[in-house]
Design a protein around this ligand. Structure first.
Ligand SMILES: [Zn+2]
Length: 267
């Protein structure tokens, strides 16, 4: 098979949490980046970069038509498929338009066969783990035929003893939401919720409770303006533009219109 090139995320990087795992499952992804040059080397640079840290994403291997790069040891957890991160090895398959797709698939199949020889027997997809349409091209072509090329068959995830529970998945598709959710959990969550969010084990029901708490907080109970705004706030109140109440609360569009009108901006 193609050699595996070591292209590890630095231990100090925040998207390499260093959580020990005993892998028993391979989760197959595609990069979904068809750009020319979006090969394994480029994704290796990406996963070691600031954007991947900010988005809290990491995975173990990237495969293109020429090489296989490894970014995490298989006994360390990555962040690629929510609850599917646990005890799994994440593989990203490149779909760059200047790559040879048949060779890329053959390399991915070789990698999977290699991992299976290490005893990592279950193979799933990102879609199976979280519902995301990934690996889109392989799923469109038929994932079973891809696996047949490894001599493997897709295996259904083993049953867990936990109740059917949806977990919060932060992934690259939800970048702006990720940030907001992380902020809310940091500010309003309890105990280990932030860790669970990052590990993909935070239950949706717990997140909804936290979001409700954040929505209720909304600054509305605050009766004093913050230091940065006290000058303008006092002027607005003295000039009758605002009534001086609830400085931390959101303003509605109609209230904005009235405030603008009182400053003479609409005449
Ligand atoms: Zn994926």
């Amino acid at each position: 098979m193609v050699n595996i090139i070591s292209d590890m995320i630095p231990r100090s990087a925040s998207n390499r949490p260093g959580h020990w795992q005993t892998p028993n499952k391979i989760v197959v992804h595609e990069t979904a980046n068809a750009s020319r040059g979006a090969n394994a080397a480029m994704h290796g640079r990406y996963v070691k970069g600031a954007d991947a840290r900010r988005r809290s994403v990491s995975w173990h291997f990237t495969v293109d038509d020429k090489e296989i790069r490894q970014h995490l040891p298989i006994n360390e957890r990555g962040w690629h498929s929510g609850a599917g991160n646990i005890n799994s090895v994440g593989i990203e398959i490149c779909v760059n338009s200047d790559g040879n797709w048949q060779k890329t698939k053959a390399n991915a199949q070789a990698l999977i066969a290699h991992l299976q020889a290490l005893g990592i027997s279950v193979i799933t997809t990102h879609r199976q783990e979280t519902g995301k349409n990934c690996p889109a091209r392989l799923l469109r072509e038929g994932f079973a035929s891809f696996l047949a090329g490894v001599g493997a068959v897709e295996q259904v995830k083993s049953e867990t003893t936990e109740d059917e529970e949806e977990y919060v998945v932060l992934d690259a598709d939800f970048l702006s939401n990720n940030k907001a959710i992380e902020d809310v959990v940091r500010r309003f969550g309890v105990s280990d919720m932030e860790d669970k969010l990052k590990a993909g084990t935070l239950k949706q029901s717990d997140l909804f409770g936290t979001l409700a708490k954040a929505a209720m907080a909304n600054g509305s109970s605050r009766s004093n303006p913050s230091d940065a705004h006290i000058g303008a706030w006092t002027k607005a109140e003295n000039n009758g533009v605002l009534n001086g109440e609830r400085p931390g609360e959101y303003v509605t569009r109609e209230q904005l219109a009235s405030a603008l009108d009182r400053t003479g901006n609409l005449d």
